[in-house]
Write a protein that binds this ligand. Structure first.
Ligand SMILES: NC(=O)c1ccc[n+]([C@@H]2O[C@H](COP(=O)([O-])OP(=O)(O)OC[C@H]3O[C@@H](n4cnc5c(N)ncnc54)[C@H](OP(=O)(O)O)[C@@H]3O)[C@@H](O)[C@H]2O)c1
Length: 330
């Protein structure tokens, strides 16, 4: 089969597009013919070697997939050949990635694709959607009519957070780096979208939320607690989920005297059952049209190295080159 893989960690040019054997099926796995995959920032960290990861070479890159089951292992109960499925969690904990024509995926990590949903849309929501759901529902416990702030309302995570917070019934403030992206964030449902390059974000937040923000979702890799804690409401919750190297100053006094809490999490720690809970909400909202994928572009799988370069420039070097996800099709 064709696959995008690496024989060593390094820059995007390490990615080889070539032939590898079709994976063998374990008893609790489904062989999936892949229709679409996408790029996440974690793929960049793993490929570049900037975070420790257990990789066996040749290592197929990529976490997420959407496709069709063509064969099932003897122990598989929930799926049969012909079923359309999606997953996030390939390429992790010793598993091979998803950037290939076929993947052997653990049944416990697969979710059905709702009728009518396109492969490219569901794959673009997969990892970021589960992340957003876990953060909002499980960790921040966002409530109806609360005010939520999230940076980057058209980014992968941010666009899912904006839409899901609106579905829950919150009032949503977000930011973006161009006027076009500000408009796109409004279209996703944000009540207030601010251009962080040209507007005074903090003054705009204070005017919108004079008593503070109930949930502050930080997508930036350099959280600034000195700035954000004063903007939190009494009993405010802050989500941190990016920036492994970040060591910011933390003003304890203004934090505990407002009964605030900070919640850190990584979606890959969620159990298969927790992921399935989030996935079923995602499927419901996708099917009803309440949740929409934010796709920047669709590329052929052979352009995996270009996709990695673009994602790296946009997320790590902050060029803002992307508005949402890069999807690739074998
Ligand atoms: N813990 C977890 O489980 C988990 C899961 C998924 C992702 N992550 C991490 O979360 C981070 C975001 O991931 P992503 O997929 O959403 O990346 P992304 O699609 O590249 O989005 C990054 C967003 O940050 C915004 N941004 C950049 N600089 C900003 C600034 N100075 N002020 C306000 N907004 C700014 C960008 O806005 P513009 O484009 O408008 O400039 C963009 O919307 C990454 O570090 C990723 O590794 C963690």
């Amino acid at each position: 089969m064709k696959a995008a893989y690496i024989n060593q960690t390094g820059p995007p040019e390490c990615i080889i597009y070539g032939d590898l054997p079709t994976p063998k099926l374990g008893p609790d796995q489904c062989l999936v013919k892949i229709a679409a995959v996408d790029v996440n920032p974690i793929d960049i960290y793993v490929r570049s070697g900037s975070i420790p990861a257990k990789l066996s070479f040749p290592y197929i890159i990529g976490r997420d997939l959407a496709g069709t089951v063509i064969e099932t292992g003897a122990g598989v109960k929930r799926f049969k050949p012909g079923d359309r499925v999606w997953a996030t969690g390939q390429g992790f904990a010793g598993r091979q990635g998803s950037f290939s024509e076929f993947a052997a995926a653990d049944e416990r990590l697969l979710h059905p694709i709702p009728d009518g949903a396109r492969d490219e849309d569901i794959v673009a929501i997969s990892l970021v959607g589960i992340t957003a759901h876990l953060g909002l529902v499980r960790h921040a416990k966002l409530q109806f009519a609360e005010i939520l702030f999230v940076n980057g309302g058209t980014g992968g995570v941010g666009s899912s957070v904006v839409q899901m917070a609106k579905i829950i019934g919150a009032r949503v403030i977000t930011t973006a780096g161009t006027d076009e992206k500000v408009e796109a964030a409004r279209k996703l449902g944000a009540d207030l979208a601010v251009n962080y390059k040209t507007q005074d974000v903090d003054a705009t937040i204070k005017a919108f939320a004079p008593d503070g923000v109930n949930v502050w979702w930080e997508t930036l890799r350099e959280p600034n607690f000195e700035r954000t804690i004063p903007l939190l409401a009494m009993r405010g919750r802050m989500i941190v989920m990016a920036g492994r190297e970040a060591r910011p100053v933390f003003p304890v006094g203004p934090f505990y005297t407002k009964d605030c809490s900070v919640h850190g999490f990584a979606m890959f720690n969620a159990t298969a059952e927790e992921q399935r809970g989030a996935a079923s909400a995602i499927n419901r909202w996708m099917a009803s049209g309440k949740l929409k994928a934010q796709i920047d572009r669709v590329l052929p799988l052979s352009q995996a190295a270009l996709a990695h370069r673009l994602q790296e420039e946009s997320t790590i070097r902050k060029t803002g080159a992307l508005t949402g996800k890069i999807v690739l099709k074998p």
